[in-house]
Write a new protein. Structure first.
Length: 402
């Protein structure tokens, strides 16, 4: 089985972590696995991880731009041409197109449709405010779905949003929940956790008596950091020893730092940038705060549940499919800084109740495993039309084009 994974992202986030997990598992299953996406400094670690997993990388310049009108059509045609050339060169048996945003990779989708290539299209993030799509573009998407494409997303909530966005029945969309590697027995050892907790706090320069409130996500408007900033000053008046630790990088970094400075709370917030050691940070945290405004199916939240960290988050998108309010943690309305403040304050005032919820969350997350995600996804890829049919079609299309 020869599998090609295509993506347009230039950075590393949850969608890219998903692609790495699927590519690694496919290679370990004996598949000849290829990955193609733009080559940037920001995704160097992803390319290195793929190489370590024996996945072949191909630079593919299909990064999204902000072009409009005729220029946008020209850009889409270039991405179509580049993707088609790669498909004809590699002749994969199946393609997985990994979309970090709902309307990305139009050129690549069209190329797979033109070649009638068996393709799974994974939609990670669909905003609740529908993206405006022209009638001609909607017709193009409808045509592509008739060309051996199976559309896939990661939650029931996203399935409904996707159906509304593309004006299609939910029955035509599959969903497979994201999953994580559960902590090992060593990770759960109380003595080892206490030692690591102390070491991480020392590394970060956090006093032993401080409460650490960890947030792990990209620094972008979607993640609700400004809602958290609005809540911090009043919390600090009551709990001056709080320390907020933010793990993530993104376009909003300077804006958020300026807001922290203006609010005179920058010394209470650590901006760590992108981190690959989230489990270590979770073991050092007293509370995981996830103020997101909309989501796909967040890996970071699942990891916080798995490591038994008490959670305050929002009711955005798929989160109620993962957690129940006051059972597995606290859920407030997305975009409401006052409710976020109230929830964090309640959590700090009721540590025993929060610990009980965290233990329930630890049990709940057992159903969201990486093993289940991988098995279901690879099975879906294998069930697409047969290799011989795909290769025969490629030969016919190549000859007609050339």
């Amino acid at each position: 089985m020869r599998c090609l994974i295509i993506a347009s992202a230039t950075v590393c986030g949850g969608a890219e972590a998903y692609a790495l997990a699927i590519a690694t598992a496919a290679a370990q299953a004996g598949w000849e696995t290829h990955a193609a996406f733009p080559q940037t400094e920001e995704n160097t670690s992803l390319r290195q991880a793929l190489a370590t997993s024996q996945v072949f990388y191909h630079p593919l310049d299909i990064a999204e731009t902000l072009s409009r009108g005729i220029q946008a059509m020209s850009d889409a045609f270039l991405r179509f041409t580049r993707t088609r050339a790669l498909l004809l060169a590699l002749q994969p048996d199946v393609v997985l197109i990994n979309l970090p945003w709902a309307d990305h990779c139009l050129g690549s989708l069209l190329a797979c449709g033109r070649l009638q290539m068996p393709t799974v299209v994974m939609f990670h993030l669909i905003p609740p405010e529908l993206i405006p799509l022209s009638r001609s573009r909607l017709r193009a998407y409808a045509w592509m779905r008739t060309r051996q494409q199976q559309w896939l997303t990661n939650s029931k909530a996203n399935c409904n949003l996707l159906a509304a966005l593309f004006q299609m029945p939910t029955s035509d969309i599959r969903y497979i929940y994201n999953g994580i590697k559960l902590p090992s027995t060593l990770d759960c050892n109380p003595s080892a956790q206490a030692t690591l907790r102390q070491a991480v706090r020392q590394e970060l320069g956090i006093p032993a008596n401080s409460k650490v409130l960890l947030t792990a996500s990209r620094l972008v408007p979607q993640k609700g950091y400004t809602d958290l900033i609005d809540a911090i000053p009043t919390l600090l008046e009551e709990y001056p020893d709080l320390r907020f630790v933010w793990a993530g990088e993104g376009e909003q970094r300077q804006e958020l730092y300026d807001r922290l400075q203006k609010a005179a709370i920058a010394d209470k917030v650590l901006l760590l940038g992108h981190r690959s050691d989230l489990p270590r940070l979770l073991l050092a945290a007293d509370l995981f705060v996830f103020p997101t405004r909309f989501e796909g199916h967040p890996f970071a939240l699942l990891e916080a549940m798995a490591y038994g960290v008490p959670i305050v988050t929002t009711n955005a998108s798929s989160i109620p499919e993962v957690m129940e309010h006051q059972v597995h943690g606290l859920l407030c309305r997305a975009g409401e800084s006052d409710e976020l403040h109230h929830s964090i304050r309640w959590a700090l005032q009721h540590p025993e109740q929060m610990q009980r919820m965290a233990q329930q969350a630890k049990k709940q997350v057992q159903i969201f495993t990486q093993t289940a995600m991988i098995e279901q996804t690879l099975s879906l890829l294998q069930k697409l039309p047969s290799t011989s049919q795909a290769r025969n079609h490629y030969t016919a299309v190549s000859e007609s084009i050339n």
